[in-house]
Design a protein around this ligand. Structure first.
Ligand code: ZN
Length: 327
């Protein structure tokens, strides 16, 4: 994590974080410099004239949105010398910010013209909240919602859908690893400037975090809800252990339980979805935050599934496992 990354305060919201100084600036170079200093790699993007025409010509298919650098977002940088050089060469270039692991920013791109608002209403009706967070009004009819990417979790670009959900969401895209967004004070093809709203960055909602695949053997479990007798015994003991965790041991204890149960998921004794759901309930019950708990469970499960374990013939008892090393 970069030292310049927004400071984490409480659960997700970072009220202590100061937005880049150029947040209200109208200078494209100042903004690019400021984002770079914040640890957000930037790239020059085609500028737009006051008449709304792209710098590359009137027949452009993506006015004011395509990279000017030859290798696009791969060239995005925080280097102040290079940033200065780019905007000296193209003073009217819009500013792109690289998303995903490059900056630690995941951006939800909501396009009203393509049904983004209706898709958002569908999400909220299904109980999937999007916490208020740093937002860029695009100057068109769009919104970019900036969320903090949890460390160690890869989030890829998605079009018309969001990770963690199967349903189509027209008008909602996700910019993650390998992506970028055009940022304030860039000029939109509408002739209006992108502008910032809100001064904090919330964590990416936990329901969007990728989940490990459910093992195919889970399909053969029906009456036991996704567990063999051996797996069910282990699950019940580990849940009891998590519910008894004291403050200061909760995160490590949860990781250990997820690791142990992940081994049995790998061995086909437990369904991954059952372990995720029940462990998350137990973790929330002892006061862990949902995001931290979800990431911890995910990490423990993944590590455990890599070293599968099955019940031995004639062995119906659950043996506690050695404490794994935390990854
Ligand atoms: Zn163009």
């Amino acid at each position: 994590m970069s030292a310049l990354r927004p400071r984490r305060v409480g659960r997700g919201v970072r009220p202590g974080w100061e937005p880049p100084r150029a947040i209200g600036s109208r200078s494209l170079l100042d903004a690019a410099r400021s984002y770079g200093a914040q640890g957000w790699p930037v790239l020059p993007v085609a500028g737009v004239s006051s008449a709304g025409e792209c710098g590359c010509g009137p027949s452009c298919q993506s006015p004011g949105k395509h990279p000017l650098s030859r290798h696009g977002v791969q060239e995005a940088t925080t280097d102040p010398v290079l940033i200065e050089e780019w905007w000296r060469r193209s003073p009217g270039a819009n500013v792109g910010i690289a998303t995903g692991a490059a900056s630690g920013l995941i951006v939800i791109d909501l396009d009203r013209a393509k049904g983004g608002v209706e898709s958002l209403q569908t999400l909220v009706a299904a109980g999937h909240q999007l916490a208020p967070t740093l937002t860029s009004h695009t100057g068109g009819r769009g919104l970019h919602l900036f969320y903090a990417q949890p460390s160690g979790v890869a989030i890829a670009d998605a079009v018309g859908r969001l990770p963690g959900l199967a349903q189509a969401l027209p008008g909602i895209d996700l910019r993650g690893d390998g992506g970028y967004v055009v940022a304030p004070p860039s000029i939109h093809a509408s002739g209006r400037r992108y502008r910032w709203d809100r001064r904090w960055i919330a964590d990416l909602p936990s329901w969007m975090l990728p989940r490990p695949m459910v093992p195919t053997r889970a399909a053969t479990f029906s009456l036991t809800g996704g567990a063999s007798a051996y797996g069910a015994g282990a699950l019940s003991r580990e849940l009891e252990a998590v519910r008894g965790l004291a403050v200061g041991q909760r995160s490590d204890g949860l990781h250990r339980a997820a690791f142990c149960l992940g081994r049995l998921v790998g061995g086909g004794e437990l369904a991954e979805a059952l372990v995720c759901e029940t462990l998350l309930c137990a973790a929330l019950a002892v006061g862990l935050g949902e995001l931290e708990a979800t990431v911890t469970i995910w990490s423990g499960l993944r590590a455990g599934m890599a070293v599968p374990r099955r019940a031995r013939e004639g062995n119906s008892g659950w043996q506690p496992l050695q404490k794994p090393r935390r990854r």
